[in-house]
Write a protein that binds this ligand. Structure first.
Ligand SMILES: *Cc1c(COP(=O)(O)O)cnc(C)c1O
Length: 246
């Protein structure tokens, strides 16, 4: 294996780019975390990432969390669900994930809360908000966010909201991408000023391999990085990422 083929090397490169983007935006590099997205990658790749000091991994299919948590049971991993979740699979997230960043509708929140109560657990959650005009993207409509947060705070005690998540529009236009990230930050600030009891609005999960520097410029506290850390995924995006199908 060549040196630049290792996870450790790619992590150094990404971390440096993250730090530079933060400094350029007048922010502290320590304010921006990296969430490695291990979807489609297997045990060996994940153990390499663990050896580089990571213990939290993002996955977009709950089935992958179920199988990987078993194979990697010795490693004490915090699994983070970042993909669209069908309500009939909420039980597996309640059981195996430490966090969900793709909480995008009330019906899912209700089911998940019920499942969590059965498991005697609670979960950290980010609300996925739709900030782009692309018709195929999941996410809560920004207009519904205040009432959504109030409902969760009042009736769903096992769901601990910590902030917001978004996926930017998937095009090359930097201004359009950046506008999505800015929208999320402004929503976070608005929701903060409403100070809904029980709701924390500290975190902004936004930015992926192709656009994380723009997200950091707009205030990301966490970037979700797959390809730039693990390499190119073995299947095309449509295979594992149906919501992005063109
Ligand atoms: C796959 C995925 C990512 C990471 O994408 P890369 O472009 O490989 O960095 C981030 N967020 C979500 C929701 C994903 O499904």
């Amino acid at each position: 294996m060549q040196y630049d083929d290792t996870f450790a090397h790619r992590l150094n490169v990404v971390r440096q780019r993250v730090d530079e983007a933060a400094i350029k935006a007048g922010r502290e590099p320590s304010e921006v975390k990296i969430l490695p997205v291990s979807k489609t990658f297997g045990e060996d790749s994940i153990r390499e990432a663990i050896a580089s000091g990571h213990s939290r991994f993002g996955e977009n299919r709950v089935q992958e969390i179920v199988s990987k948590q078993e194979i990697l049971a010795d490693a004490n991993i915090d699994w983070v669900m970042i993909g669209h979740l069908q309500s009939n699979k909420a039980r597996d997230v309640a059981r195996y994930a430490s966090e969900i960043q793709s909480l995008d509708r009330l019906s899912l929140a209700k089911t998940l809360d019920r499942r969590l109560q059965k498991e005697g657990r609670s979960i950290d959650a980010l609300v996925q908000v739709k900030t782009s005009t692309e018709p195929t993207k999941y996410g809560l409509d920004p207009a519904d966010l205040p009432s959504f947060l109030r409902e969760v705070a009042r009736y769903m005690p096992s769901i601990k909201i910590q902030g917001l998540m978004t996926m930017a529009i998937n095009i090359r236009d930097e201004q359009a991408v950046r506008a999505c990230f800015r929208t999320l930050r402004e929503l976070r600030d608005q929701m903060r000023s409403e100070a809904i009891s029980g709701i924390v609005m500290d975190r902004l999960s936004m930015g992926m391999s192709g656009d994380f520097e723009l997200a950091i410029a707009e205030g990301a506290t966490e970037v979700r990085i797959g390809t730039a850390l693990f390499g190119k995924r073995p299947y095309g995006d449509e295979y594992y990422w149906p919501e992005n199908k063109k």
